[in-house]
Design a protein around this ligand. Structure first.
Ligand code: ADE
Ligand code: ZN
Length: 324
């Protein structure tokens, strides 16, 4: 089964590029850039990754990315990940990027965009890996800051496929970002949003009603609302589920207790994704394998889930046809 899952062409629709920063690269970039981290070794970094919830992860996620300063750092970050992903059968990666977390540290948007663009070109040339970019708004920051980011991103719109909404969910409902998402739509960008990870099902309804999203990132709490499940099924709304993330952030206590099988049973349009692979214990293949161990799914089920992601991806129809 491992060989089958590795060979299965996998598209990753929910990934934070800053969440791919492995401890080894974090330490190397800290050294290269003269940044001080509160860790003496790679082992100490890994030992710190024991999370109670989303916020306890986000604290270390934002701390870890403090080593990213130059375009070269962003290129190295993304290329390091693209190589690992390609080696486990990933053929397409859609990366969320969190520019506000870099701008607030004095890192120019140009450095972020140039570095990631170089890595994307190399991924295409060297790895036959297609990529897309999702400009994410930090939902625990003011809505005006998201609107300003969108204006600042004007020179890069041709490289951006969608806007997204991430970071601390509870207390920051989708409606807070009505204007930024409206403007993104006007600019021709697709819309996605994290909803129903830690937040209530009402946030999923709101993301659909107010932000006009074409995908819900996570959405695992939808089962608490029967009408919502019917709506998601009837609209064939894509949910980008991240099993290992949910386990490590204690959204679920054990993988066997994950709502994925019930969501599948309910006829939802599901995809499997890794979210922040450097922090949650593995990339796409590890997420597929964790589902295999916990749920005993058949090859057909995994092939269907992988196919859902190819159909929902931001990619050219020519590329989609190649991957079908
Ligand atoms: N940023 C990075 N990973 C995230 C997650 N799982 N939820 C919300 N924001 C994030
Ligand atoms: Zn996420």
């Amino acid at each position: 089964m491992r060989d089958f899952l590795k060979a299965l062409p996998k598209a990753e629709l929910h990934l934070h590029i800053e969440g791919t920063l492995e401890p080894e690269l974090m330490m190397a970039l800290a050294e290269r850039n003269g940044v001080t981290l509160p860790y003496a070794s790679v082992e100490e970094v890994r030992a710190a990754y024991d999370f109670d919830d989303l916020q306890s992860f986000l604290d270390l996620y934002f701390q870890g990315m403090s080593v990213l300063l130059t375009a070269r750092d962003f290129e190295d970050l993304a290329m390091d990940y693209f190589q690992r992903a390609a080696a486990e059968g990933v053929v397409h990666v859609e990366m969320h990027v969190d520019p506000q977390a870099h701008l607030s540290r004095g890192v120019a948007l140009e450095a972020v965009m140039e570095g990631l663009e170089r890595a994307r070109r190399r991924a295409e040339d060297e790895l036959d890996l297609s990529t897309a970019m999702i400009l994410a708004f930090l939902r625990d920051r003011p809505a005006e800051e998201a609107e300003s980011l969108l204006e600042q991103a004007a020179p890069y719109l041709d490289r951006i496929d969608a806007v997204g909404l991430d970071s601390a969910e509870v207390g920051h409902p989708p409606s807070k970002f009505r204007e930024a998402f409206r403007r993104a739509g006007e600019l021709g960008l697709a819309r996605v949003a994290h909803a129903g990870e830690e937040g209530p099902p009402a946030y999923i309804h709101e993301a659909l009603d107010v932000l006009d999203v074409c995908r819900i990132d996570h959405g695992v709490r939808c089962l608490e609302d029967e009408a919502l499940v019917a709506r998601l099924r009837d609209e064939a709304m894509v949910l980008t589920v991240c099993p290992l993330s949910n386990l490590r952030l204690k959204v679920v206590e054990r993988m066997e207790a994950h709502p994925l099988p019930a969501m599948l049973e309910a006829g939802l349009n599901l995809t499997l994704n890794s979210d922040d692979p450097a922090y949650f214990g593995g990339g796409m293949l590890e997420n597929f394998l964790a589902c295999q161990r916990a749920f005993g799914w058949s090859r057909e089920t995994f092939a269907r889930l992988a196919g859902n992601a190819i159909e929902a991806a931001f990619m050219s129809e020519a590329r989609r046809a190649e991957l079908r």
